[in-house]
Design a binder for this molecule. Structure first.
Ligand SMILES: [Zn+2]
Length: 411
């Protein structure tokens, strides 16, 4: 097996929240970071350090990292590749890991920036952004080539080489429009890795239904070139337009498929058994149902109806199941309340609140503490406008100070 490893950088809290018509409250983004950490994801692209309303959320999550709660996951912010943005983002939040982004294709450099930009300007801007990050003590910098899949290879190699010379740690190959196929991306990533010796991030969109296939094919290109691969994913395949590469599908493709299982190394920290809770939570938070046929976590992923299949799977699950539902954390019965239910809302009172927490077996040391947590739960409800999930109620009770901070919005 090659030495190089495939890591996951999840971008649900950045690309996922850019999805049209959808979004997440800051508390929901935080809970997703907690679940990603439990799952063993290497890094969460957790927000926008230059955006005013993200500031307190980012600071609160970095505080949780310092407390050892959001650890070992790395929390990284996305900024435009402009020295001013890097400076502003780092000063506002204290973020220590960054990805800086700029378009590299002829289409976008001419078509997006007013008056057009030359190729040289693109490299200069990126280099100045990386220099600024390094000067400010940022610990790791990824450089994003937006629309890399429509960028000519000589320029892409020049761009990545310059990034490396300025101290960047990785180059992100963005298939922004989902234009690559598994064969084209394999060839291009292999060439990029071999020419630069730089670790590569794969950022694939699903416009042609190939985001997962392109992600793993690109990762293979990186490993075969002798560098590490970092696949960008979103929980439940959320993300702009047709979405990003689905987190679980990528993990299963690397762990279970014919050409990867036992042949390419996945970050050993990944614990698949945590995916079920995360997928369910993200579905609730985004308010988007998991499709019945979703890989691994859909209702039908382990359902069998036809006579031959049902008989076959009962004799030996391997007849019709490639992997086990237990591996994904599925199989426990779920209790659904069918009678009276007390939920926490923005106008809840202390009695109902205590009832909710008693069910979660959480106790408060004093009436004062209970009232304080109730107040936070009410505010959380104002930002979410839906009943709080058990994971959120637990978080609020356990980390009231961080909750207060991330709920604070000052326009
Ligand atoms: Zn994207």
């Amino acid at each position: 097996m090659p030495e190089n490893t495939i890591y996951i950088i999840d971008v649900t809290n950045r690309d996922g929240v850019q999805t049209a018509r959808l979004g997440l409250a800051k508390l929901e983004k935080t809970i997703i970071n907690m679940y990603l950490n439990d799952l063993g994801v290497f890094q969460s692209e957790f927000g926008f350090p230059t955006t005013g309303h993200e500031k307190n959320y980012i600071q609160a999550n970095l505080e949780l990292a310092r407390m050892g709660v959001l650890r070992p996951i790395r929390l990284e912010g996305w900024v435009r590749a402009m020295a001013e943005d890097v400076e502003q983002g780092v000063e506002a939040t204290g973020v220590q890991h960054l990805n800086v982004s700029i378009s590299t294709s002829e289409q976008m450099t001419q078509g997006k920036f007013a008056g057009g930009k030359t190729r040289e300007t693109i490299i200069d801007m990126m280099a100045a952004a990386v220099d600024k990050a390094k000067a400010l003590g940022v610990l790791s910098v990824g450089v994003n080539a937006e629309d890399a899949s429509r960028t000519d290879m000589p320029f892409l190699i020049r761009f990545a080489t310059a990034a490396k010379q300025h101290g960047a740690d990785r180059v992100r190959y963005c298939d922004t429009l989902g234009y690559d196929d598994p064969f084209s991306i394999y060839d291009r990533i292999r060439e990029l890795g071999e020419a630069t010796g730089m670790d590569v991030e794969l950022h694939c969109h699903n416009d042609l239904g190939m985001a997962v296939a392109c992600s793993v094919a690109g990762a293979r290109g990186a490993i075969d070139a002798g560098v590490d691969a970092y696949i960008n994913t979103c929980v439940n395949g959320m993300g702009e337009r047709a979405g990003n590469a689905d987190l679980l599908s990528v993990l299963l493709a690397v762990k279970k498929s014919a050409g990867f299982a036992g042949q390419y190394k996945l970050d050993p920290r990944v614990d698949l058994a945590k995916i079920w809770q995360l997928a369910k939570y993200a579905s609730y938070a985004f308010n988007v149902k998991i499709p019945i046929n979703q890989v691994g976590v859909g209702d039908n992923a382990f359902a069998h109806a036809s006579g031959i299949h049902a008989d076959g799977v009962l004799k030996d699950r391997r007849n019709y199941e490639l992997y086990d539902f237990e591996e994904l954390g599925r199989g426990d019965p779920e209790i659904v309340e069918t009678g009276r239910e007390i939920v926490i809302g923005e106008y809840s009172g202390i009695k109902g609140f205590r009832n909710c927490y008693e069910k979660l077996e959480i106790e408060f040391s004093s009436q004062e503490q209970a009232r304080d947590v109730l107040e936070l739960a009410r505010y959380a409800n104002v930002t979410k406008q839906k009943p709080l999930a058990a994971a959120e109620l637990r978080f609020i009770a356990k980390y009231p100070e961080q909750t207060r901070k991330l709920l604070t919005l000052t326009p």
